[in-house]
Design a protein. Structure first.
Lengths: 638, 638
């Protein structure tokens, strides 16, 4: 019986026993590999449930490929101390839990790390080379084949015969960089590169075919000069056959048909609304125990059929989920509601999306106005330029992707649109440092700098549900130019209120807190629910005034001089790198003002770490306690 | 006889006569279209020679396509006042002189504009929708099909039956966005989109096949679900046949084989070193008159064979070329020399390039170390991620493309590499406002903001040849992290000197000028030869001290306080948008310093205009006179 306050994992000695069986069993090894795959799924499930988030579906679809490569195919995998060692990495990267499970089973990383997924100093949500034997940082899609070619060029220059194996996803095939990278690899005859395409047929939201159909793949890859073979990627024999049929002249791609969530029956299916529930995030308790039970039964059957003992698991206390019972606000939900409201009146609005319909709060609009909803797939450049074309023909496009992708991939496309002086709204959820579990590929902490200098694009970050709705309404109905809306995606407990009848005034902030009616000598400026939440505690602690300043690249200097000239000390707290964040811009205004203000900036000074909310805020000294302490240290006289 | 101090063009009435012949001649129209094409080439040649720069080769290869589309195929071309009007734009955009020549011949833009190519208020170097009947801003490659799809979606929503015709280049096919955009257009059955691929087989430097071979194209486009046909793009019958064979279910691509430089025999060929001389820039006097003579003879023969008068041209005085006889410095040349020097010792250096071997000064390195030179074609994302792969394997990659592209297209790829903390050098010529002839797609005035916040990447812009060499040497041998080198590409007369034995100290500037040995109350900080050249004149005029401050995202605060605390007034002159340029960063340092300094910033406040050097500097108030005046106005007490 599984106890519902515990999480379960397979201990090291069970893994080692199977590993030895595989090594010593010769041609029968696939029986044991299958068992190992099943019990590694138990550990993957554990890691993700324990972490509170992670990608189950893609970890399960790619596991057999990783296992076969690492155990049966590669020479000295990712171990540069071995001459001619082979290299492996996954370009999609969100299958990291599968990679870690395999590496743990092989003793490449310490077993105890399975308790440390997405925790500081543990295993990051997406791969990072600072973990032993990880070959490349991935997590943003489409870069894999290019990186592999670079590695292969270096190998050739150094006389190494090491081969490169990478896994890419099928949703990932929508990214232009994949296709940009194919022909150069064929032109250079990089047969040392083998790409395994994990065709699990489901991307972030739903089926690839219904998101942005890929069309015929064999013809495509052949058209780019690659050797193509096909297999069942969850079947070791089929995989082996495909790997053995590689070309020695051309780069090789193996189109490996797999099942997303493979190994757990109910995780292989879409839900009743046609969405896939197990792409990211942790499974519910119910799903966790159900999946665990199914995997355990499968493992036991196979173990006992092979004359081995049935499986013993080890359990740990189930971690408490932070924030349960708090009255949180959900900015994405508020955004989605307002989008529908506005869409009823503004029939010129067209919503574009890059495979994040749920995460961007677009389900309502999509259902209500299907003719004005354009699903672009994971193709941000195409999406943003298409928005440009729409705007040129008099439509109001509202473009959606995570900030880390929307501000970067189509950066030049956003600028190109801006030079046409059309009006476009760019909405970028997943803004800022949190959640920190996915790691630096997903932490959008550069987007103020990336979009901020573009003439005619105003950046706004709302601090609660009400301001989110106001922001969208302002962008749609009032701003004659373009707007980039930065949205925190995690639900946040909000301990401040905007005044009744609050309206947006471009470039002006609003005082949220003062310790006394005569005000403080010190003002803190922040924006967004994450940093305002920390800053208000700090302000209460040290007795400072707190302002919400949601305009991230525009400052109304009259307001600034009028409201802020009275302060002796001014500090800006950025949910962004300090360099070229809002603080930098406000610093320049302070310098120009000639006011005798002691100015300071807080924000990120280094690439953000992966981890849980509290530890990450503390690490970067952006939690309430650190903010209070740093302000006190800096200003002395508050 | 052609006079060698004159430039020649075909007057409007000759064009109108031919236009009438074409309209009234029915099926014989192709005879007259051919004559019109020849004489429009005379005007294209005139426009480019008169402007001092422009793209001859691609204008000549695409001219027949544009002429046929605008005169014979499209309904109400780009005229939104006509119901169901068709839309045309060129995605590559550098064939703008051909477009303008056609539009002038059709009376869509005023004839006198032919004298105003690349001049302020005239016709921009790349298309801009603020010119009448221009449908989209282009100039950065690969966006065309995406924009066309956006336009088509808008047309469908509004019930317009307008079709979209675009031209793309063959070098452009190396860009990933092209391939990203294909399948969505096929999935949506956008048969109203017709793409003409101008396969002139030569890209910026040389043959496409030798730069980055495209492989088989018919198979590729078919693999993405497009209807493909082929034709001779310089032959009207062949073009008509291909256009008539379009599909009504699928989007259409016509692979139009053309000749770059078509119509002038010697402009259809590579030079003795295998490079193509007529991609950009103005032709030499010798080439101009030779081409003009050939075109005139061709036109006369055809005119007289058709019973028409031989051609009369109108002439204008040949404009003087600015800067002749000045002692200029060429930073790109210095860079290329130093790259070769360093390459001899540092055998771990690998140079990567995106089809700009000449413009980036890489001919020497390519010839001397061919095994360490990787030509990537116009594929910046692929190039930067490949550099990431090389660096992971212990190589020092040095990556090249124009700043406007290198800081944008692969922005996320640069960041991804930075998170791996490997060392890579990014070299970005064409930095800053000048040359302003190509227009805003090529003016790299956002790259400090785009790269500046990336941890571990230092931005440096040298001010002369010596500092260029020092910068590269520092990046290769001293900086343990990555460097982004911003290089002005135009030869500049330098009127300042760096002190003997000058060395780079990270984050520290150097005083270049003081009006008196006791110094001024006012300091100007600038960087790069363009703005330092203007600023030193301003400093002399108003009696200010001038500092070269080449570190664009890092300030040594000790140096800053030590050297600059003495000034009452401090102004930073940015060759970049003011917002999030060096000035913003220095402003924040001033604010933090609590020094009683009156601070000010000069730089770009709006999207830069296209034009000639002097008028553009003056327009943006960044010429020496304006700088002096603005500083005087701002500070009063200097």
């Amino acid at each position: 019986m599984l106890e519902k306050d515990k999480l379960y994992f397979v201990p090291l000695y069970e893994l080692e026993e199977l590993r030895n069986k595989i090594i010593t069993s010769g041609s029968d090894c696939q029986v044991y590999l299958n068992i190992l795959a099943t019990i590694l799924r138990i550990n993957i499930l554990y890691m993700i449930k324990n972490a509170g988030s992670g990608h189950i579906g893609t970890s399960f679809s790619s596991l057999e490929m990783m296992l076969w490569l690492w155990m049966m195919e590669m020479r000295g995998a990712n171990d540069s101390s071995i001459p001619n060692s082979d290299t492996f990495f996954s370009s999609k990267g969100h299958d990291a839990p599968a990679l870690y499970a395999v590496m743990v089973a092989l003793g490449k990383i310490c077993f105890n790390n399975i308790h440390q997924l997405r925790k500081m100093g543990g295993l990051p949500g997406h791969p990072d080379i600072h973990t032993p034997f990880v070959a490349a940082n991935t997590g943003s899609l489409g870069m894999g084949i290019s990186k592999a070619r670079g590695m292969a060029i270096a190998n050739r220059l150094r006389g190494s015969k090491g081969r490169i194996f990478i896994i890419i996803g099928d949703g990932e095939l929508q990214e232009g960089q994949i296709w940009e990278s194919l022909q150069p690899a064929a032109n250079g005859n990089f047969s040392e590169i083998t790409v395994l395409a994990d065709l699990n047929q489901i991307q972030s939201d739903r089926e690839v075919s219904k998101t942005s159909h890929l069309g015929p793949l064999v013809e495509k890859f052949k058209g780019f000069g690659w050797n193509v073979s096909c297999c069942n990627g969850n079947d070791f024999s089929s995989l082996k056959y495909a790997l053995d049929s590689r070309s020695k002249e051309k780069p090789n791609i193996i189109l490996a048909k797999t099942k997303k969530g493979f190994g757990v029956s109910f995780m292989e299916c879409l839900d009743e609304n046609g969405f896939y529930k197990y792409h990211s995030g942790a499974p519910s308790d119910e799903d966790y125990y159900r999946a665990l039970e199914e995997l355990t039964i499968t493992a036991d059957r196979a173990l006992m059929a092979s004359g081995m003992d049935c499986l013993l698991l080890v359990c740990n206390k189930k971690p408490e989920v932070a924030g349960v019972g708090l009255r949180v606000e959900k900015l994405i939900q508020a955004y989605g509601e307002e989008l529908c409201e506005l869409g009823k009146i503004r029939t010129d609005m067209v919503v574009l999306n890059a495979d994040l319909v749920v995460d961007c709060g677009l389900v309502g609009f999509k259902n209500e106005f299907p003719e004005r909803f354009v699903e672009c797939g994971i193709a941000e450049q195409d999406m943003v330029s298409a928005a440009g074309g729409l705007a040129l023909k008099g439509v109001l496009p509202i473009v959606h992707s995570f900030g880390c992708f929307l501000s970067t991939r189509p950066n030049e496309q956003i600028y190109n649109n801006a030079t046409e002086k059309t009006k476009i709204i760019y909405t970028a959820p997943l803004a800022g440092l949190l959640p920190a579990g996915p790691g630096h590929s997903h932490q959008s902490v550069r987007d103020i700098s990336l979009v901020g200098a573009i003439p005619g694009v105003t950046i706004f970050e709302p601090c609660n549900e009400i301001e989110t709705k106001l922001a969208l309404r302002w962008a749609v109905n009032e701003n004659p130019e373009s707007t980039y809306i930065r949205l925190v995606i995690i639900p946040v407990e909000i301990t401040y209120k905007l005044p009744a009848g609050y309206q947006l005034n471009k470039g002006q902030g609003i005082r949220l807190y003062t310790p006394s009616r005569v005000g403080s000598k010190t003002a803190i400026l922040a924006y967004g629910p994450v940093m305002l939440g920390q800053a208000i505690n700090a302000a209460r602690e040290i007795g400072a005034d707190l302002y919400n300043f949601p305009w991230l690249n525009f400052i109304d200097e009259d307001w600034f001089y009028g409201k802020l000239a009275r302060y002796k000390n001014l500090v800006v707290v950025d949910d962004h790198y300090t360099k070229f964040g809002l603080g930098t811009l406000i610093g320049a205004v302070v310098a120009k003002s000639r006011l005798d203000i002691h100015f300071s900036q807080l924000g990120l000074e280094e690439i953000p770490v992966c981890g849980q909310t509290k530890e990450v805020l503390r690490h970067h000294q952006l939690d309430d306690f650190s903010i209070a302490e740093r302000i006190t240290d800096e200003f002395k006289n508050i």
